[in-house]
Design a protein around this ligand. Structure first.
Ligand code: SME
Length: 151
């Protein structure tokens, strides 16, 4: 499904009155995972700035053991500190990487800002090598802006 069509679906999910933010975020994960063939695991990690840890929030895909990630560790932990998108075309080339599944070949992590503060991130794993483009980054930044309105 094209990103423009997905934006319409996500806007609909975000505007649902009767659902909690977590339910909506979980639905967004499911829609992203099932609509884009190279999105194999989609989840949100939320930051605890006092403890300097990330905590797994809603996700779609195989359950992961990595429910708490310290700032600085792995791709996710690095984004918690850098406040910048991190695109990993080939996870084998990364030293500071936390493997969730042996099938994962690439990853993209985009920070989620609320009132200018990096409060979490969307994390996507792919079983394809080098699938992510600038379009994915722009789209996921937009997704995070919508999610920020729920938080
Ligand atoms: N690979 C991530 C850990 C989270 S899992 O992909 C769900 C990382 O290196 O931070």
């Amino acid at each position: 499904m094209a990103f423009e069509d997905l934006k319409i679906r996500i806007t609909t999910i975000v505007s649902q009155q009767e659902k909690s933010p977590d339910d909506k975020m979980g639905e967004i994960c499911k829609v992203l995972r099932t609509s884009i063939d190279y999105y194999d695991w989609v989840g949100f990690y939320m930051a605890n700035h006092d403890a300097r840890t990330l905590h797994l929030g809603p996700y779609a895909g195989t359950p992961t053991d990595h429910t708490v990630i310290p700032f600085g560790k792995g791709i996710c932990g690095q984004v918690a500190e850098s406040n910048a998108n991190f695109v990993v075309p080939d996870v084998k080339a990364q030293d500071n990487y936390i493997a969730c599944s042996i099938t994962v070949k690439s990853e993209i992590v985009v920070p989620l800002f609320k009132d200018g503060k990096n409060i979490g991130q969307i994390d996507i794993d792919s079983n394809t090598v080098d699938p992510f483009t600038k379009e994915d980054e722009t789209f996921l930044e937009w997704v995070n802006e919508q999610v920020a309105t729920l938080l």
